[in-house]
Design a binder for this molecule. Sequence first.
Ligand SMILES: [Zn+2]
Length: 413
Amino acid sequence: MARLRKGNRDLIKEINRNLVLNLIKSRGPLSRTDIARLSGLSLATVSGITNDFIASGLVHEIGAGESTGGRRPVLLRLNYQAGYVVGAKLMEHAIASAVTDLDAKVLYHRVIPLTTAGMDLADILQAVIQAIQRTIVESGVASQRVLGIGVGMAGVIDGAAGICRYSPFFGWRDAKIAEPIAAHFRVPVYLENDVNALTIAEQWFGHGHGVDHFVVVTVGRGIGAGIVANGQFYRGALGGAGEFGHITLVEDGPPCNCGKRGCLEALASDPAVVRQARAAMALGERTRLAGVEPLTLEAIVEAAEAGDALARRLLADSGRWLGVGIASLVNILNPKLVILSGEGVRAGEWRFGPMRDALQAHTFDGLADELETVIEPSGDETWARGAACVVLGELFKSPVHKGEAADLMMAVA
Ligand SMILES: [Zn+2]
């Protein structure tokens, strides 16, 4: 092997540190000998790395493990309280934020209402900063122990630049989000599309952990998807991959928020179901929903449970459209697992029973055989935790996946 440039040596060191950290995280508690065996690194290298981790507080030594004859080895475990991260989800009418430990366990969360009328970008960023500040203070975690902040929001997000390329809710184009927040808190700030953040949370800490091919589909106010293929999170050329709610299912169908027509979201999202209920009542259909205000998805689910035919039919229709859409995702990506999340999950089997039938009916033969679907209830806290997991994902992600693969290839050439 050619002599390595210093930059390459640093990268290899970084890769080894990451390998050891992830082994302790996923397989720990482990002895130094176990880590050397599992990683293929020398015991001296492993000891050097783990001593650094112990000195920084990231790893703890805990009691002795099973002896295989000689002295019982000391076991190492990740110290999940070595630092904390904050996640915030910026929504149209509220900011949800949460403080988590390094195991993505939520220690504290809160939702602060947001009135955006008359507010410009700078005002809204100020509100986000205040919400994060308040959450940190109320969590009781010392601000100097916060390692990073993740911010999630709907729209097309350029995560690397920390810029929101397009937000349908706020009407922003190329809005700088991460930089002003980072300047205030003086820690790294990661901006991510909200559904992508939830997907990263599933990848590192949820059902997707260890699964190389899965998609997260969120249903609620909108419909979105996050994609993991070959173990890698898939962003697309502009960071806009997964705008699943805007695939066209009915040409010239009902108008969609995006300005187009007949999108899945315009047919099957929670607001679409509410709109369809109002339209049916306007045509004189008899239903328990008559006079119910505000007419919400909860009210429709309640009516379905009480035997209302219209409510049941509309939830089933929405599930069927969803199943048709997801079948296309499955036909293109062949995932092993589909995780359904978002506020719309509360419609339960009224929506997901028909969804499964449609998914089965429209998936290419063979691709549905081993396909697993998981329904993951979620609320504002889940979205905020997702944003926090973007920071944790960066912490545990291999440097090779941080865009330095080319350097590595030079190093080993
Ligand atoms: Zn659309």
